[in-house]
Design a protein around this ligand. Structure first.
Ligand SMILES: Cc1ncc(COP(=O)(O)O)c(C=O)c1O
Length: 460
């Protein structure tokens, strides 16, 4: 089985569409191609179906990756199109608000379920969650305090009010000291990780769960972000399954689901993704091996919360060359996007593949060596090409001011991480679907920079 799958580059037709869109909306600009979302969900679905006799794999799209309600709508409808039940993973009250806003517009989806795991859990947030028009909710607790909060919440509600609605899960902290993802800190497991319950805290909670007569509980981890190695995923899953197996033996409740989070990586330089079939094959193998003695105590429900895998390849950031500086053997190509519009290269030192649309439409053949493509903010580390502290490794086709420079795979952790740093405005978002394009979020206006400020100034 192939270990990785290549993502396809833009074709001439898509580039032509981009020129057209830029004429209407200017740059910088996020464009999402619907058929690329469709491609990813197709891969997900066909891989899940291969193992559906053995495991029930349920997908919760992580709003963390892209929080445009319109993109969420497309993803949920696409799930339905391929026979998956719609599911959303929310990590904050804001995510719940976005989901709720969408449902107010379109009504609910059939069998919509929501996983909710918020570092800042409050009774008020749980109430808000339960007001959402969905069929089921899974609250994933991350600490002893969370358990206290949910207990208080449940004690105030009548059984009928919450019957069948709230399901509990517990995120656990693995003693796993290997670095697992692209995050330069990558502290998802081990001593310094702050997410999830330790073995000791878990013991306390499980005894209370037993005493309270709770019949079912799930367990959850997040393996790490942008993991590109099947081996790493395998070792984390194994650690997780072992942990659950060891800790539930003495209790009578059922394990209703195992939530193994997201983290399926993309090699942004090569534009490759891991083959999901091999990941699912691994999960099946580990599940059977670890839990074969414990069925039916453990249900074969596996939850996934992928964000990046589903949306990253759909997004292109379009920017314009605004200046070119030549210094001996170095060239700085300065674009009108910067870390305020797209922060990943700055935060994670992550290169995203670069492509071009030449202003005059006469494709240049001459190549430039030693090029730095840099952003338009005042931050010294605002580089889109790599190795800012050394010799540039990037070679590009010759460009001129006004040409378009495109950055691939920005559909996840792109627009949602944009900011007003340096007085810049967050860019518009466009969806291209069936040959047409739709403005799905306007670009910010300068008034936004002083949003909420002017009434206060009036006081003086
Ligand atoms: C708990 C949890 N689930 C899911 C995700 C989505 O992960 P990814 O986009 O890497 O698939 C994240 C991202 O940080 C997360 O923290």
């Amino acid at each position: 089985m192939k270990k990785t799958i290549l993502l396809r580059d833009l074709n001439e037709n898509e580039k032509y569409q981009i020129r057209d869109i830029v004429e209407n909306y200017g740059t910088p600009l996020y464009i999402y191609f619907y058929d690329r979302i469709d491609d990813q969900i197709k891969i997900l679905t066909s891989s899940i179906k291969k193992f559906s006799q053995i495991l029930k794999i349920k997908i919760y799209f992580a709003l963390l990756a892209n929080q445009n309600p319109y993109i969420l709508l497309e993803i949920m409808q696409n799930f339905e199109k391929y026979g998956l039940e719609p599911g959303v993973f929310c990590a904050s009250r804001g995510h719940l608000y976005i989901l709720s806003y969408l449902l107010d517009y379109i009504g609910s989806f059939e069998n919509l379920s929501v996983t909710y795991s918020d570092v800042y859990l409050t009774e008020d947030n749980i109430d808000y969650l339960c007001s959402i028009n969905a069929s089921s909710f899974y609250i994933i607790l991350q600490s002893l305090n969370h358990f206290k909060i949910i207990k208080q919440y449940l004690s105030k509600k009548s059984k009928n009010e919450i019957k069948g609605k709230i399901n509990l899960g517990i995120r656990i902290k693995l003693n796993f000291d290997k670095k697992t993802g692209e995050d330069i800190y990558s502290i998802y497991h081990g001593k310094n990780a702050r997410f999830g319950l330790t073995k000791d805290d878990l013991g306390i909670v499980l005894y209370e769960i037993e005493d309270l007569g709770i019949k079912e509980v799930g367990f959850s981890i997040y393996p790490g972000t942008n993991i590109q190695s099947l081996k790493k995923l395998e070792s984390i899953y194994q650690e997780f399954f072992n942990f659950v197996e060891e800790n539930i033996r003495n209790f009578s409740f059922k394990v209703s689901f195992l939530d193994i989070g997201g983290g399926f990586g993309i090699n942004y330089r090569k534009r490759e993704i891991l083959n999901l079939e091999s990941i699912f094959e691994t999960i099946v193998k580990l599940f059977n091996r670890t839990f074969y003695k414990l069925t039916p105590k453990i249900e074969n429900n596996i939850f996934l919360e992928p964000g990046r895998f589903i949306v990253a390849p759909a997004g292109i950031l379009v920017s314009k060359v605004i200046d070119i500086k030549v210094e001996k053997d170095l060239k700085f190509v300065i674009v009108d996007a910067g870390l305020s519009h797209f922060a990943r290269p700055y935060i994670y030192n992550q290169y995203h593949k670069i492509d071009f649309i030449h202003f005059k439409n006469n494709k240049k053949t001459k190549m430039w060596k030693n090029v730095f493509v840099v952003g338009c903010t005042a931050a010294s580390g605002d580089f889109f090409s790599d190795n800012p502290l050394g010799k540039p490794t990037l070679q590009i086709e010759e460009v001129e001011i006004g040409d378009l420079i495109l950055f691939y795979d920005v559909g996840a952790y792109g627009h949602c991480m944009s900011s007003n740093f340096c007085g810049l405005l967050t860019p518009p978002e466009i969806l291209v679907k069936n040959g047409k394009h739709y403005l799905i979020r306007e670009g910010e206006k300068f008034e936004n920079l002083i949003y909420g400020v002017s009434p206060c100034l009036k006081l003086h």
